[in-house]
Design a binder for this molecule. Structure first.
Ligand code: P6P
Length: 278
């Protein structure tokens, strides 16, 4: 697994430079999810594929930016599902974005995740690895990642990232959000899943929701590339991740780009979600 983490660190360094200095215009391409790709989406995906191609233990990779899997090493044991540059449209307004990685063994079900990694490209570049526990690293002047701390969620937090726009919320979600804000939770939602979930982890806890809404009845966020990896991180940090009722890591996609409603948080907040969706 270490050689995979080292490949992700090399990718992160190259993607940070691409974000800071490369053209961020749109390409003519549409990705598997129907999004128009930024040139940076394509460049980040290429960088990650180049670095993973050097890792013999990776059997294949599957990217949010591509319809199909890419075989790498026939003797490899891991499949890596990843979103190379989540929230890339936020770069044009200079907000933080991220890369998300799920390391699977034996297929792309939540139960097959062996580790999850994400990178936040913000005022600082930070990398979080979840395997047995959740460890955070920060890039230093020389481009090396230095260990900072182990991340643990409190039983109950103070932050709420409500997901989507209020006009799309189903009545249950609106009632839940109204109740949580009435209890004094602070709104923290940038439109970037990686920095929003990173903030809740670092500030001790709270709730991030991307529910089923009128415009995305099956949720917006993709299981393999985004939701499973963060569910793994949140559980290893002492929190929970559900689709409203079921544990996220018990789900299995029927198509690589399947989405699911998702709620990530401290135990107290997830209990409120379960009651709301009973
Ligand atoms: P909305 C970014 O496009 C993304 O995939 C996630 O990073 C983010 O949490 C979500 O979409 C934001 O979606 O509907 O609130 O703009």
């Amino acid at each position: 697994m270490t050689e995979i983490y080292e490949a992700i660190k090399r990718s992160a360094k190259r993607i940070k430079e691409a974000i800071e200095f490369d053209d961020t215009g749109y390409s003519e391409n549409i990705n598997a999810t129907g999004d128009t790709q930024l040139k940076l989406d394509i460049k980040s995906d290429q960088i990650i594929e180049e670095e993973f191609a050097k890792v013999a233990s990776i059997k294949e990779i599957i990217s949010e930016e591509k319809e199909e899997k890419t075989p790498l090493h026939v003797e490899g044991i891991y499949g890596v599902g990843y979103d190379p540059l989540d929230g890339s449209s936020l770069i044009d307004v200079n907000l933080s974005v991220g890369s998300i990685f799920g390391i699977y063994e034996g297929g792309y079900a939540g139960a097959n995740l062996k580790a999850a990694v994400y990178v936040v490209y913000g005022p600082r570049v930070e990398l979080v690895i979840a395997e047995q526990d959740v460890k955070m690293y920060r890039m230093n002047k020389s481009g090396e990642f230095v260990f900072i701390k182990t991340i643990e969620l409190k039983e109950k937090g103070k932050l709420n990232a409500p997901g989507s726009t209020q006009m799309c919320w189903e009545p249950k979600h609106k009632a839940l959000m109204d109740a949580i804000f009435a209890d004094g939770y602070r709104l923290r939602y940038s439109g970037g899943m990686v920095p929003d979930l990173h903030q809740i982890l670092l500030k001790g806890g709270g709730l991030f929701s991307y529910p089923a809404t009128s415009d995305v009845p099956k949720g917006k966020l993709r299981m393999i590339f985004e939701v499973f990896p963060f569910a793994f991180v949140y559980e290893k940090a002492g929190g929970e991740a559900i689709d409203g009722q079921r544990r996220i890591l018990e789900l299995s996609p029927s198509h690589p780009h399947d989405t699911t409603p998702c709620f990530f948080g401290s135990k107290a907040e997830i209990e409120r979600v379960k009651k709301c969706y009973e």
